[in-house]
Each structure stands twice: as C-alpha cells, then as structure tokens.
Design a protein around this ligand. Structure first.
Ligand SMILES: [Zn+2]
Ligand SMILES: [Zn+2]
Length: 314
C-alpha cells in the first residue's frame, strides 16, 4: 500500500470484496514500469486516496472460473467524446484498475483478457505495456508507406516498439547511449545506432523534451514522429519549425491502448514475437519491491517481476 509519496508499506489487509461487475483475481505476477516508480516517489493523479493500491501490469487466475487472465489497467467509459469517436485509449472518464502488487485484486470483469495457453504470468503481465507499443505503431503510417523505422530510447518501451516493428517486417534502427540496450535491440532483430537520422517514421520512447526534438530531427522529409514517452507534467518541448513546415513532418502522440490491442499483444507474446524473458528479472516478493523501484536502471533494460505472496504474519 502507498501511504504517501515515498511511503510504501507491505501490510496484511483484508481481501478485497468484489463489487457488482467485479471478479476476484489471484495475482500470479505483476511487472514494474516507470509509472510505478513515479507513483511511489511522487504520487500520481490516477491513484486512489491514500492508502492506495498500485501496480498496473498484472496477470493471475480468476477465483470464480479458474481461468488465467491479464487484468487490464483501465476500462473506458464508453460514452465520452473520445469513446464515441472510437478512441477509448484517450477516454476522458476511464476507470483505472490498480493493485497488481498484492495477492488479490477485485477487478472489473470488463478489464479481463484471457491469457493464451503456454504464456507465463510474467509474460502476460507485459501485454499491458506491449499493447501501448502496438497502439503506437498503429498511430504511425503503415509499413508500405514507412518501411524504415527509428526508435529513440532502448528502455522496455523502446525495445517493445522495436519488436513490434520487426514483427511487421519493417527495417528498424534503435538508438540508445547504453551499449547493453543496443545489444538487446540487435537480439530482437533491429539494428542499433548511437543516434538516428533520415527515417520514414521515428518513435520517441524516452519521455524528455530534448528527445521529442531529436525525434522530429531524425525524420526523413514527409516522415512522421510518434511521441510515446510521456514527459514530466507541465513540460514544453521546443520543436524545430523547418522540418515541420518545409518537410511536412507529422507529429503524433500515442497514449495507452484499447482492449483489442491488449489481445493483439497477448497473441504476439504467445507466438514468441517478443522475447519477454529478455526484459524480465528473476521473481521478487512484495517485500523487495521498494528496493527494486529505488534501484534505478542504468544497464540493460529490465522489468522487475513481482510474485506476491504472504509475507506479513498476522
Ligand atoms: Zn506500465
Ligand atoms: Zn470515455
């Protein structure tokens, strides 16, 4: 439970009570991402009032049917302007589903996705971020128009983008200053570079204003920059006007995913389209979560795999 910014406690709490439309799911594995670090350090607008549950990449077993499921982290309202326009990923009134770092979660049935046979829980949990990569790639011009893709940033999201693009048959170059991450990109079938230039489409997966600028500068004339990395709230990015005007470079945002993209991500994981084990640590328990979030990440890209189990005696 988060009790405030920087205040994470492992506690024995009553089992959640499913409300109408909810199902109790026993978490098998939850994976960490940068958003979890932000939630722990600084708080986050989508957290419930403290003490708040968190963890949003999670898979487990339905208590009622015994079926293995990915618990999606949001349910769109279905009626706002964005939903009406067929863009539930930017729903104005989404219900967020947080609480993967726990033994049990009461989740809306509408958030559940069946896990394909043979896919590990940790791999299934990664369908959440991978779905965002699937969505980002769909925001870009399709492969025949944009066969050559650059990815800026070799963290888990950048590597997932590279994997989706490689699976589509695009030529992919990933740029990162860490040699370990460039090696991970190459293992996924991409090329690697220290910087990008002259690509049909560039995916920004760093989340810093300088990287947004670099993504625009790395587009070929007529290209498209897709901004996947969220910058600190309130930040502005200064973009060069020349490529936007004279080269007609498009700039598009990509945020989150829709339920069909989650299923597509699960299928991609089950078929081996992303070697998720490359990104996974050895499993840790809840009591090791705080140290894991604090550890930072300066080597190869990785996601901590949290396997919740009872650690607090009554
Ligand atoms: Zn995440
Ligand atoms: Zn909506």
């Amino acid at each position: 439970m988060l009790h405030g910014p920087g205040d994470l406690r492992v506690e024995d709490v009553p089992d959640p009570e499913p409300a109408a439309g909810e199902v109790l799911v026993r978490i098998e594995a939850a994976t960490t991402c940068g958003t979890d670090v932000k939630m722990w350090r600084r708080g986050h607008p989508i957290l419930d009032a403290y003490p708040a549950r968190f963890g949003h990449e999670m898979a487990g077993v339905r208590e009622d049917t015994g079926r293995r499921v990915l618990v999606g982290d949001s349910v769109a309202c279905g009626s706002c302007r964005a939903c009406a326009a067929g863009r539930p990923q930017i729903c104005r009134d989404a219900r967020w589903v947080l609480g993967g770092f726990a033994e049990w979660i009461a989740a809306p049935e509408a958030a559940l996705h069946p896990v394909p046979d043979g896919l590990d829980a940790a791999g299934a949990a990664m369908a959440e971020p991978l779905a965002a990569a699937v969505h980002a790639v769909r925001r870009a011009p399709a492969r025949p128009i944009a066969p050559d893709a650059g990815v800026l940033g070799g963290g888990p999201m950048g590597l997932m983008l590279a994997a989706v693009l490689v699976a589509e048959g695009r030529t992919v170059t990933l740029a990162d200053r860490h040699a370990e991450r460039r090696a991970q990109a190459e293992a996924l079938g991409a090329m690697s570079a220290e910087r990008l230039a002259d690509h049909d489409v560039v995916f920004e997966a760093v989340g810093r204003p300088e990287a947004w600028r670099a993504a625009v500068q790395a587009c070929a004339p007529g290209g498209c920059a897709v901004m996947v990395g969220g910058c600190a709230s309130g930040s502005d990015a200064a973009l060069p006007t020349r490529p936007l005007h004279y080269d007609e470079v498009d700039v598009r945002g990509a945020f989150h995913h829709d339920p069909e993209e989650v299923d597509a991500a699960l299928d991609l994981l089950a078929s081996g389209g992303l070697d998720w084990r490359m990104l996974a640590t050895e499993p840790i328990g809840l009591e090791e979560l705080e140290a894991a979030l604090a550890a930072g990440n300066d080597g190869p890209a990785r996601k901590w795999v949290v396997v919740p189990r009872a650690t607090v005696s009554p």
